[in-house]
Design a protein around this ligand. Structure first.
Ligand SMILES: Nc1ncnc2c1ncn2[C@@H]1O[C@H](COP(=O)(O)OP(=O)(O)OP(=O)(O)O)[C@@H](O)[C@H]1O
Length: 572
């Protein structure tokens, strides 16, 4: 219980962080106030019940008609109160959702936590971040708001209804008819509490397994959706590999997992419902039976009996909040624990330290010192001694496939925690271009200038760059069309190299940037790159010697630990 409350508290603190914090609290107070007015309306209806049935009992037609009018006014005002409260509550829900989502996104993106979480793999508690950010936030806020408001108005309502019930149920219950010479004063009050306490205990006992089942259901739904998204984004590879049957199997397995858990879930809901459903339908009748001894003993008239039963059912319904809300509460706890675990894991991932230390440069050159790289499981991959790269120099990094060249670049970019050593580099504009460049799903210009905003550049200039890298045919692509859609592997690499021309970095780290291009195209693009960026330092991982860049120094990597001073020959 304490753990659940502290999770709620941490998540609410994120909702309340940022601008409009006070406005959110004011809106919440207004919604609570309107909900409490609802309690007042219920009490007025209890009074009305007594007055109306009293009038009927005495055949007082004029009073009965007047009471119908009063009923109309109460119901109309109550409907207005309800609708206004609902509207403000929905506005508040979106306000807090915006704040929570924005804080969760900041935590996830800060210090490259999203990356460290993905490298660490599916470590427990961090699966499907997309679902946690998009769905769990919504479930958490919707359920929390509705349950919290419900609880507040019920607690306040409880006291009001109890006062009414106490004043109505003055008479005692005599156990003399069953041979026990005892009278229980205000017995209807005790009856309400004992009845609800027993029912609540039983509900909790029957519904306890619901929470883990709901957590599993959300996870399995997200796994299924993720498999669909993966298929959608790899249609070409699947189609070429005739992978339909394999995909169908995978999707079928994931769906089967959903269906199996759903079976457990509905079985548990059936067991719980086997108790709560009859409880829900009997809760409004039982009061009448409980009040009957008082009526039969002549303590109350018919109007009083109806009023009493109305007050008693208000008390019982209020006390039964836990029973009525059990499934929603289980869902709320499931969503909040998933979200809280995700945030904790993201914060921890953002604090990941280790890897290659980036120190300020002693001069304009880049100095790499004793860099050792391993896999996440600790298998050593490669180890470099010490070498310098002069400003404007081009280095060709070469080595057997799987040796760790790409991992080395990630380590030098500060992304790989399973590495050690030091990189001294002048603080300047550096770009790392991975083997598979990323293109955002926006216009061709966004893909070209990523991560900069394309609107900061003249369109004519961007068109010129596209033309020079051989993508003139893409200039007319429809606005909003996914730029990567339909690009050949070579065209993707042209676009990525065009990005370098636009962003003009001082230092470029390239991982097999022309593997999909023929030698002539590669030489032409590299020559363009060198002409446009004459002073840029370039480190290129490639299996063949890059042409068109002028003099290149080769760094041959092998599995042997490097000597203290790595020597690299200059090639023409
Ligand atoms: N996230 C990871 N988890 C586990 N192993 C990894 C991970 N990333 C890389 N490795 C392993 O590290 C080794 C080096 O991978 P890397 O991609 O750096 O090789 P490479 O030299 O660039 O290969 P290639 O020339 O084929 O592109 C491989 O055995 C790879 O399986």
């Amino acid at each position: 219980m304490v753990r659940v409350l502290s999770q709620f508290w941490r998540l609410m603190a994120l909702c309340l962080r940022g601008d409009y914090r006070k406005l959110g609290l004011v809106m919440f107070a207004v919604v609570v106030g309107l909900d409490l007015l609802g309690v007042y309306a219920t009490i007025r209806l209890i009074e009305w019940t007594g007055a109306f049935y009293g009038a009927l009992e005495q055949f007082d037609a004029a009073e009965a008609v007047r009471q119908v009018g009063i009923f109309g006014i109460i119901v109309t005002l109550n409907a207005i109160r309800h609708l206004v409260g609902l509207y403000i509550r929905k506005r508040l829900e979106m306000r807090w959702r915006r704040s929570l989502t924005s804080n969760v996104l900041d935590i996830w993106l800060a210090n490259k936590a999203y990356w460290h979480m993905s490298v660490a793999g599916g470590a427990e508690g961090v699966d499907n971040p997309d679902q946690r950010i998009a769905e769990d936030v919504v479930i958490f806020l919707q359920k929390l708001l509705s349950e919290a408001l419900d609880l507040i108005s019920r607690v306040v309502g409880l006291f009001s209804y109890l006062v009414v019930l106490w004043s109505l149920a003055q008479f005692p219950l005599s156990l003399a008819p069953i041979g026990i010479p005892i009278e229980i004063p205000h017995y209807m009050i005790w009856a309400a509490f004992i009845y609800v306490a027993l029912c609540t205990g039983l509900t909790h006992l029957l519904g306890k397994p619901l929470k883990p089942l709901l957590v599993q259901q959300q996870k399995r739904e997200a796994d299924f959706r993720f498999a669909l998204v993966r298929l959608r984004s790899n249609t070409e590879a699947v189609a070429l590999g005739n992978g339909e049957a394999a995909e169908r199997r995978l999707l079928g397995d994931r769906f089967e997992a959903i269906s199996t858990n759903w079976g457990h879930l509905i079985r548990r809901e059936l067991i719980l419902g086997g108790f709560t459903y009859p409880f829900n339908s009997s809760v409004l009748r039982i009061p009448l039976f409980v009040a009957l001894p008082g009526y039969l003993a002549g303590h109350v008239a018919f109007g009083g009996l109806m009023q009493l039963s109305s007050a008693f059912s208000s008390v019982v319904t209020t006390l039964s909040w836990f029973i009525f809300s059990y499934r929603d509460l289980a869902e709320l706890v499931a969503a909040s624990s998933r979200l809280d675990n995700f945030i904790t894991a993201a914060r921890r991932a953002g604090e990941t330290r280790g890897g290659v230390a980036a120190d300020p440069a002693l001069n304009d050159s880049i100095e790499i010192e004793n860099v050792a790289v391993a896999t996440p499981t600790g298998r050593p991959l490669l180890c470099l001694g010490r070498f310098n790269i002069a400003p404007g120099e081009t280095i060709w990094v070469r080595g057997a496939s799987g040796l760790g060249k790409s991992t080395l670049l990630k380590a030098l970019a500060g992304l790989w925690p399973y590495a050690s050593g030091c990189l001294r580099c002048a603080v300047g504009n550096q770009i790392f271009l991975p083997q598979r460049p990323y293109f955002p799903s926006a216009s061709i210009y966004s893909a070209l200038t990523y991560p900069q905003d394309p609107s900061s550049y003249e369109q004519a200039y961007l068109d010129d760059v596209l033309t020079r890298v051989g993508l003139a045919n893409r200039i007319d692509s429809a606005p909003g069309q996914d730029p990567a859609q339909g690009l050949s592997g070579g065209e993707e690499q042209r676009l990525a190299l065009g990005r370098l021309l636009v962003l003009k970095p001082d230092c470029i780290w390239l991982d097999e940037p022309t593997s999909a291009l023929d030698i002539a195209a590669e030489a032409q693009l590299f020559a363009l790159l060198r002409t446009e960026l004459p002073r840029a330092t370039m480190v290129i991982v490639a299996h063949r010697q890059p042409k068109g860049l002028g003099p290149v120094r080769m760094m041959e990597l092998d599995e042997e630990p490097a000597s203290a001073q790595t020597q690299i020959p200059v090639l023409a």
